[in-house]
Design a protein around this ligand. Structure first.
Ligand SMILES: [Ca+2]
Ligand SMILES: [Ca+2]
Length: 165
């Protein structure tokens, strides 16, 4: 068997896979935490897994995750979205890119917390739509990482690098 073909096949095969216990969707892996943290502790929790908090980039991603969360136990989940820097300007965390996708729970007038509520969680009672809340309140967290960042693919790259030597 042609060695190069074998390596490319290996990389292709693992590109759609996530670590055990993580959910795959469109090149991302997601992990739904069970324990409660403040926003900043939840950031560290995700970093521990080489991930960031969930960044919702598309409407499709939001709809997929909302539907998945509705089948889990009734946890509140932090997402990576804050207006800590400028009130009312919602940015993804930690990139600080302006968010293009929103799913606020209009039934409670969210977001309505002004300068007091600068972090965002998905709330079971709101069908996992979003509310702004105090960053020092506690919730579980959804962590996200690129599916290509898993370890097996790095091994594939190592093999390829060796072949070139
Ligand atoms: Ca995302
Ligand atoms: Ca609020």
């Amino acid at each position: 068997m042609d060695m190069r073909f074998g390596i490319l096949f290996l990389i292709g095969l693992v590109a759609s896979e996530c670590p055990d216990g993580w959910l795959y969707y469109q090149h991302s892996c997601y992990m739904f935490g069970h324990s409660s943290h403040t926003f900043m502790d939840a950031v560290k929790y995700c970093e521990h897994f080489n991930a960031t908090m969930l960044n919702v980039n598309t409407r499709e991603e939001q709809n997929f995750l909302k539907s998945f969360m509705s089948n889990l136990k009734e946890h509140y989940y932090w997402i990576g979205l804050t207006d800590e820097v400028i009130d009312g300007v919602w940015r993804l965390y930690p990139s600080e890119q302006p968010s293009r996708v929103f799913d606020w729970y209009a039934g409670a007038g969210e977001p309505q917390g002004g300068t007091v509520e600068n972090c965002v969680h998905a709330q079971p009672g709101y069908g996992y739509q979003w509310a702004d809340v105090s960053c020092s309140s506690t919730a579980s967290v959804v962590c996200e990482k690129d599916s290509s960042s898993n370890g097996v693919q790095v091994i594939g790259r190592d093999i390829q690098a060796k072949e070139r030597e």
